[in-house]
Design a protein around this ligand. Sequence first.
Ligand SMILES: NC(=O)c1ccc[n+]([C@@H]2O[C@H](COP(=O)([O-])OP(=O)(O)OC[C@H]3O[C@@H](n4cnc5c(N)ncnc54)[C@H](OP(=O)(O)O)[C@@H]3O)[C@@H](O)[C@H]2O)c1
Length: 356
Amino acid sequence: MTQLNPLSVAVVGATGVVGRTMLRVLGERAFPVGEVRLLASARSAGRTVQANGGSVTIGEATPDAFEGVDIALFSAGGDISKALAPEAAARGATVIDNSSAWRMDPNVPLVVSQVNPEDLQDHEGIIANPNCSTMQLAPILMALRDSVGIERVVVDTYQSVSGTGADAIAELEGQIRAHVDGEQKVAAVYPHPIAFNALPEIDVFLENGYTKEEWKIVTESRKILHLPDLRISCTAVRVPVFVSHSEAVHVETIQPVTPDHARRLFGAVPGVIVQDDPSTHEYPLATDAAGRDEVFVGRVRQDRSIPDGRGIAFWVVSDNLRKGAATNAVELAEALVERGWVRARSRREPLVEAPA
Ligand SMILES: NC(=O)c1ccc[n+]([C@@H]2O[C@H](COP(=O)([O-])OP(=O)(O)OC[C@H]3O[C@@H](n4cnc5c(N)ncnc54)[C@H](OP(=O)(O)O)[C@@H]3O)[C@@H](O)[C@H]2O)c1
């Protein structure tokens, strides 16, 4: 990293599942944090938590709380991001936002660290972190795009309850206990009991029949991969898993691709691990991926419904709280530091031509 001055980092939504993972990831990496400012709602203001090697008091997220902040990591929901990200940016902070509020804004880069980091260059103070399901798929699709080309993608997701937040984790735990105790399962976060179930409804339904989550995977993948016309479809399903999203993916490629070739391509992507040995029952599992930063891929096989060896099918798993949210956000912050792009483009020092 070229800029080693410690930075003032704000974490907005610091009491939430993603915010707490953000603090853990910041603590694990060599990110140059000077001050860490923890922000949440008025309900949490005044509480103290352990962070950055000491005890830090949580403040209320207000516009003035961003004075003097270099990087603000937001994970407090779309409404807070809509209201406060421009306020933070106006005060000179660079926001890396985990909500869907800004992702499809043409002036906001939407970035997966190992796929399109150069898109960060022109940021004007707000950068969007992709949806967790899109995040783990993009590095794999990048490998196929760059070698054999992509004609069409079909992805079905099996998403954990931590993707909904702290209340959903508590709801699954409560329903499992109720089942064991022979009591009725109470559903408040989801429209039906999630324990021992699979719910094909994530986020709201759109007029086109897809859910908003499914449509995010469609539109965000196109933006990140710079493939605006990519043919891609999705069914997103919530399953009773605590952490890590799994995805069954079928890709029709432009050039033929064999499973061995695909495994080599996937394994060459930074942050991607191939786990694929059917003879020993080895394939990516949600429970193994939980707590890890990598994207895991396995069950790679020829999709025989597509002619000429142009079909490839596989299974992708990653921790939705880490690579799907916090780790990618911190990786983007690291990329900004490395490239000297922490400030918004219009606030950076102009480049001075070296004398001839
Ligand atoms: N969970 C995931 O896997 C995941 C992945 C990618 C993106 N995201 C996104 O990250 C965001 C947070 O998700 P989460 O799972 O961490 O949810 P969560 O566990 O429910 O936490 C929500 C956080 O937002 C804060 N908050 C709520 N209302 C606020 C307000 N009016 N002002 C300031 N802070 C407020 C909460 O603070 P209090 O404790 O004070 O209420 C809490 O810190 C969402 O936008 C979500 O879409 C989540």
